[in-house]
Design a protein around this ligand. Structure first.
Ligand SMILES: [Zn+2]
Length: 340
């Protein structure tokens, strides 16, 4: 029932957005639906081989898998958003981080937004997260109990900053926060991790020993409740556009100093520009995203859900591939998993 309600809420939200989301064509008759409405209405991934198409802020992906709402070392938050989806490489990496982080003394991950089932622009929030290669992880340690669905909707994350300040509050920041970020940065696939400049500064000021991982920790607006983990283009995703490499060095000192001036925090002047996601149509996305949108989905959500207890959900008792829309139970379709 809850699932049904969540679904209906999404459908309703889409219907409302659809009313205002029609962009009138030049001829005044043709109306083109916004890409965010098309991608936002998909409940399940495209059941084809995993592929990311385009760029983090302008793209989509096929062959997505979900991270389960509950795992041995994680709890997913804001379940009604249905943003627990990602490229299998990312989802398996998050699962691995959850295990490694516990070994490092972090009590488990609270997982925020990853992507919609087929990526694409979202109805609200993020500009990026479109390729299934970005994941938000809360900086709030996981509580030592399972939270209810309602709690996961309403619980506020803990800010790492002092009130009205760009600096970290030492009453909430711990060495375990440093450890989970260091662990996340240690994976080869992770190209960058976005955090608030205050958090970057805290790391710059306190990390001793190996500081090479600080190169991947990038200061950015927001990100004081959560960090944003981004992996590079997966092998085989030929249509995935790589992001420029992070500059050499630990990123402390001069490059960070700019964030502690007035300039980055000044209110923009002039008329407000619409957000890219609010005007993006299919024409601005890679052509492959049309096929992603129209591809059939998997048999059920559970066959494409990573549980951390032997990879896929217990509900999929038969060895059915995530990428076979009409599965033949006798012949499992090979599913390329990372070798980790
Ligand atoms: Zn994010």
């Amino acid at each position: 029932m809850r699932r049904y309600l969540a679904r209906m809420t999404r459908v309703l939200a889409l219907a409302l957005c659809g009313v205002v989301g029609l962009a009138q064509g030049d001829d005044g008759v043709r109306a083109e639906t916004l890409a965010k409405n098309l991608f936002g209405s998909k409940d399940l991934p495209a059941a084809t081989a995993p592929q990311a198409h385009g760029f983090y802020s302008k793209g989509c992906f096929a062959g997505g898998v979900a991270i389960a709402a509950d795992g041995p070392n994680w709890q997913a938050m804001r379940l009604s958003r249905n943003r627990r989806w990602g490229h299998p490489d990312l989802i398996h990496l998050v699962e691995r981080l959850s295990r490694d982080a516990v070994a490092d003394g972090w009590p488990g991950l609270l997982i925020g937004d990853i992507s919609q089932p087929r990526g694409g622009p979202m109805l609200s929030g993020h500009a990026s997260h479109q390729l299934g290669l970005d994941a938000d992880i809360w900086l709030t340690p996981m509580p030592n109990r399972r939270m209810s669905r309602r709690e996961r909707e309403n619980k506020s994350a803990t800010s790492m900053l002092k009130n009205n300040s760009l600096y970290v509050d030492d009453r909430v920041w711990t060495r375990a926060h440093e450890a989970v970020l260091k662990r996340a940065a240690s994976y080869r696939q992770v190209e960058r991790i976005l955090v608030h400049p205050g958090i970057k500064k805290k790391l710059c000021d306190t990390v001793t020993g190996d500081r090479s991982w600080l190169q991947k920790i990038r200061p950015f607006w927001g990100h004081y409740y959560h960090f944003h983990l981004r992996i590079g283009c997966p092998a085989g995703s030929t249509g995935c556009k790589r992001q420029a490499a992070t500059p050499a060095g630990d990123g402390c000192g001069k490059p960070l100093a700019w964030w502690f001036t007035d300039e980055p925090w000044r209110k923009p002047t002039g008329p407000a520009k619409p957000k890219a996601r609010d005007i993006m149509t299919m024409a601005s996305l890679p052509a492959a995203c049309r096929a992603v949108l129209s591809a059939p989905g998997p048999r059920s959500e559970s066959v494409v859900t990573v549980t951390g207890n032997g990879s896929f959900s217990a509900a999929s008792s038969a060895p059915v591939s995530a990428f076979a829309p009409t599965p033949d139970r006798k012949i499992p379709v090979p599913f390329s998993r990372p070798s980790r």
